[in-house]
Design a protein around this ligand. Structure first.
Ligand code: SF4
Length: 407
């Protein structure tokens, strides 16, 4: 691994107006951190990455690099782009073991963070480094949000999240696991207890349903639920995933790794309309996932999926009325997800969109004073690096708000 990282690092041309950095949502100083690394300063390179993006060790693994930094690498024009993600992950992984940064000062202001997904963890690190007293409220027993319960182990080892947790604790961050805000404790209780600002980063955990007959049967499941702990599901030998996004590919590949022999993706259009990234589709194919295209489910039964066939026409897709059975043991519905309403149903003043997404201004301020939000609960399901990007803006806004109001 180290040899490969060195070889790749040496291929970097250190472009002045680096297109890779411009294409990275968090503007990672790629040429700079690679130079530090090649100069024997891996710790400094790691610190540079961490301060710019506390989840660098994660984004190096899970970013869609071919659409971002690596997709813009000048080396890619005549040959292959530099494997920036791998270099970034390697250095950040090393740095996580030696990191010894401390808060700039000790501020006497308490802030609350609801949800410990990519947005919540980014804010927790950056606010703790500024010296704030940070408490994270996490509904699950472990931190990580979508990084733990939505991204499969083979793409992101969970041990990384445990190491990030240790770093948060070492910076003085307090974590309350198994605490769903909006049930026993509400947002109003946090305001009562002198949290100077509260951040909502609760993500999107409510699966969208197809609304077809049979969706409550015992052999039907939802993708975001399945990915939380695939090992507890008894799916049988043949599984069919409905949907064609990145999550559907993750579900299909996870099922194959958890004992299912035969996994099919059923989709109502053709390969070219699929919303999953090309490399995710390719990886699913390589794993042995098969595709049933131009089929739309109209009912689920104990024996499988009743579907209509579709055909491509000049105006789009037309469905026939003939119902056929596609036999399968289990069905996993993967057609995206939206936010749950635990917080906003138990407190006032926070406006949400029709889809239930929290409304904020460009700085992440919600419609209630002192309450901020970012990540998927604001934007809908996006990538980890996008959550980091918006959360960096929110950190500035929260810090400014607290200093203006309380200092
Ligand atoms: Fe590339 Fe993602 Fe790292 Fe940015 S954060 S340099 S897009 S891997």
């Amino acid at each position: 691994m180290a040899r490969h990282v060195i070889t790749e690092s040496k291929r970097c041309l250190k472009c002045k107006n680096a297109r890779c950095t411009a294409s990275c949502p968090v503007e990672t100083p790629i040429a700079e951190f690679i130079s530090l690394y090649l100069d024997g300063k891996i710790k400094e390179a790691g610190e540079m990455l961490f301060r710019n993006n506390p989840l660098s060790v994660v984004t190096g693994l899970v970013c869609p690099q071919s659409e971002l930094c690596e997709g813009s690498c000048i080396r890619g024009i005549k040959s292959t782009p530099i494997e920036i993600g791998e270099i970034e992950h390697y250095i950040s992984d090393y740095y996580l073991n030696v990191m010894d940064i401390k808060p700039e000062k000790d501020l006497d202001h308490r802030i609350g963070i609801i949800g410990s997904g990519p947005a919540g963890i980014t804010i927790a690190f950056l606010m703790a480094l500024k010296g704030y007293k940070v408490t994270i409220f996490e509904a699950h027993d472990k931190i990580g949000g979508v990084m733990r319960y939505g991204i499969p182990e083979f793409r992101l080892p969970k041990s990384i999240l445990e190491r990030l947790k240790e770093k948060l604790l070492s910076l003085g961050v307090k974590i309350r696991p198994n605490t769903l805000i909006g049930k026993v404790i509400t947002l109003d209780d946090l305001c009562r207890d002198d949290y100077k600002a509260v951040f909502i980063g609760t993500g999107v955990w409510k699966p969208y349903t197809l609304g077809v007959k049979g969706e409550t049967l015992g052999n039907v499941h939802f993708a975001i639920d399945y990915l939380k702990n695939p090992e507890v599901y008894a799916l049988g030998e043949k599984v069919t995933v409905i949907g064609a996004g990145n999550v559907a590919m993750d579900v299909a590949r996870t099922a194959l790794r958890n004992g299912t022999k035969d996994v099919t993706i059923m989709y109502r259009k053709t390969m070219k309309e699929m919303s999953a990234r090309e490399e995710e589709i390719e990886a699913a194919k390589m794993d042995g996932v098969t595709f049933e295209l131009l089929k739309t489910p109209v009912e689920f039964t104990d024996d499988g999926i009743i579907y209509n066939k579709l055909k491509e026409t000049a105006d789009g897709f037309d469905t026939d009325d003939e119902r056929k059975l596609y036999e399968t043991d289990s069905i996993i519905v993967s057609i995206s997800q939206g936010p749950q309403a635990n917080i906003i149903s138990t407190t006032g003043g926070i406006e949400v969109s029709q889809k239930g997404l929290v409304k904020t201004n460009d700085l992440g301020r919600t419609t209630r004073e002192g309450i901020f939000a970012s990540g998927d609960v604001v934007t809908g399901a996006k990538t980890v690096v996008e959550a980091v990007k918006y959360s960096k803006t929110v950190v500035k806004a929260m810090d400014e708000y607290i200093r203006n109001k309380y200092d």
